[in-house]
Design a protein. Structure first.
Length: 217
C-alpha cells in the first residue's frame, strides 16, 4: 500500500511540476550549467535563436577566427526569447548579437499577423538595447522552409518589415540568407534541407556563412 501511495504521490508531483514549468526551462538551465562550468568569454559573438542555431553545433568551425557563444534552443519563438531575455543576455558581455528566430512563432500559431511577430522582435531588440546600447545587433532573415510553404507569404512580410526596421537603427543589420538559398530560377533549393524539409544541411550552413561573414565583427 505504501509503495502504491509513493508512486501516486510521485506522479502527482511530476504532473504539477510539469504544469508549472515553462517551456524551454530545461534548455535555459543547461545554458546556466555550461556557463558555470566554463565562464563565457567576453567580446564574443552571441547567437540567440531557434533550432537553426541549435543544430549548428559546429558553428565555430565555419568561423574559425571568431569567438562564438551559441545560445540557440530548438523550437523557440520570439516570445520565448522575450520571456527568457534576462537569462539569455545578462550572463554575457558580447561585442555582437545575431538573432535567428520568428519562424516558429508562425508555425505555432498560423493565425498570427506578420505585424505581431515583428512586434515581438522589436520587444526583444529593445531589451537588448537596454543592456547593450552600442553593440552590433543583427537579424538573420527567416528562411523559406519547404515544409512550411503555406507560411511563406507571412514570412516574406516579416522579413521585409524587420529589414526596414533594422535599416533605421544604429549598429544594426538585416542579414538576408533567402537569396543565397535559391536556384538560378529563384526557387528555394530543397537540396539544402534535410529530410524534414525544415532544418538545413552543412551545405546550407556553408551558404549562410558566406553571407554572414561580412557582418561578423
Amino acid at each position: 500500500m505504501k509503495k502504491v501511495l509513493s508512486v501516486f504521490l510521485l506522479f502527482i508531483f511530476s504532473f504539477f511540476f510539469a504544469q508549472e514549468t515553462p517551456m524551454f526551462w530545461q534548455d535555459i538551465q543547461n545554458f546556466k550549467k555550461l556557463d558555470q562550468e566554463h565562464a563565457p568569454p567576453k567580446d564574443a559573438i552571441l547567437l540567440i535563436g531557434s533550432s537553426s542555431f541549435t543544430k549548428w553545433t559546429d558553428v565555430s568551425d565555419y568561423f574559425p577566427d571568431k569567438t562564438i557563444i551559441n545560445r540557440g534552443f530548438g523550437g523557440s519563438r520570439l516570445m520565448d526569447l522575450n520571456y527568457y531575455s534576462e537569462e539569455l543576455l545578462a550572463p554575457y558581455q558580447p561585442k555582437q548579437i545575431i538573432i535567428y528566430c520568428g519562424e516558429n512563432d508562425l508555425a505555432d500559431n498560423p493565425n498570427l499577423k506578420a505585424s505581431e511577430v515583428v512586434d515581438r522582435f522589436k520587444i526583444f531588440y529593445n531589451k537588448i538595447r537596454e543592456k547593450f546600447p552600442n553593440i552590433e545587433v543583427d537579424y538573420i532573415s527567416i528562411k523559406y522552409s519547404p515544409s512550411r510553404e503555406n507560411l511563406w507569404p507571412k514570412m516574406k512580410e516579416i522579413n521585409k518589415k524587420i529589414a526596414g526596421f533594422m535599416k533605421k537603427e544604429a549598429n544594426a543589420e538585416y542579414i538576408d540568407i533567402t537569396t543565397v538559398m535559391q536556384d538560378a530560377n529563384g526557387k528555394v533549393r530543397k537540396d539544402l534541407f534535410v529530410e524534414d524539409m525544415l532544418h538545413i544541411t552543412p551545405e546550407g550552413y556553408r551558404l549562410w556563412t558566406s553571407v554572414m561573414k561580412p557582418y561578423m565583427k
